[in-house]
Design a protein around this ligand. Structure first.
Ligand code: NAD
Length: 260
């Protein structure tokens, strides 16, 4: 059965990629595109649908909506979707506590996939770094370095945070107790067990993440490089076709891929 999808932010980099990716699939069909009032693409037709700002009717006509927008928009749409018990695939990063709370209210009444990265490769990397951290232990200094295009708003990337949290899980510690997101000035020697995350911004880099494990006289680097947004779009549509048939609840991409 074809899953009817509403795409948010069709004028955005990811919204556009999702519409393009849907054109090549038979399991999903884009039936609506919603953007914010004043967005450049409103009124334009892409992939057979005309972008509008009518949130209630856009959500009403779909089985699941796909959201790569901003934290503020994600929260507002999750609240509107909860009233309709509409399934969701959410890829927006930089979400704050109130945004997460709105998603939790939606997940109480509808199935929701939330992932800071929809690529198969990154989700595999999460398992690899967790295993590496468990085997190596905190004696091997663990750091994460991420690079993205100059327009990215949030830092560190949601994917870098997922990788760092997986390392912490491998160490058996609470990430918030050991994280270090910036170093500047006289920060002193690196504490044992600290997990550092460093951010690089520039050009048109779609997304690069490296987990480094520094041992005595040896080093392991696990790197993922995305060279097209199509991988995220394909993963999000795979999640959309999957989530439409799930009971209410919050799911991650590992569940969609059958890896959890
Ligand atoms: P972008 O700025 O190119 O696009 C954002 C879009 O959202 C714009 O079209 C904007 O008009 C639209 N928008 C804003 N408010 C809206 C509203 N109220 N209703 C509907 N649309 C609204 O950004 P982007 O590069 O496409 O990234 C979007 C988000 O997705 C970011 O948080 C980014 O980090 C994240 N992202 C996630 C993944 C993943 O795999 N999870 C991959 C890439 C990007």
């Amino acid at each position: 059965m074809t899953t009817r999808v509403c795409v948010l932010g069709p004028s955005g980099r990811m919204g556009r990629a999702v519409i393009d990716a849907a054109a090549g699939r038979s399991d999903v069909r884009v039936v609506a595109a919603l953007d914010r009032p004043g967005a450049p693409g409103v009124g334009e037709t892409l992939g057979g649908v005309t972008a509008s700002t009518d949130l209630a009717s856009g959500l009403a006509g779909c089985d699941v909506y796909v959201d790569f927008t901003t934290p503020v928009a994600t929260r507002a749409v999750a609240e509107a979707a909860a009233a309709q018990k509409r399934a969701a695939v959410i890829g927006t990063t930089g979400l704050l506590r109130d945004d997460e709370a709105a998603i939790a209210r939606l997940a109480a009444v509808a199935p929701v996939v939330v992932a800071a990265n929809f690529s198969l490769g990154v989700n595999l990397v999460l398992g690899l770094v967790r295993t590496a951290a468990r085997v190596l232990g905190p004696e091997w200094d663990a750091e994460v370095v991420e690079a993205h295009h100059r327009a990215k708003r949030d830092a560190p990337s949601g994917t870098a945070l997922m990788i760092a949290r997986s390392i912490a899980a491998g160490h058996g510690v609470d990430y918030d107790q050991v994280k270090r997101h910036t170093r500047d000035g006289d920060v002193g020697p690196r504490p044992r067990g600290e997990i550092g995350v460093s951010t690089v911004r520039g050009g048109d880099v779609i997304g690069e993440h490296t987990a480094l494990f520094f041992g005595p006289a040896e080093r392991i680097e696990i790197t993922h490089r995305a060279s097209s947004r199509a991988i995220f779009a394909a993963g999000a549509l795979r999640a959309a076709a999957w989530v439409a048939h799930q009971p209410p609840g919050r799911y991650d991409m590992l569940a969609v891929l059958g890896l959890s």
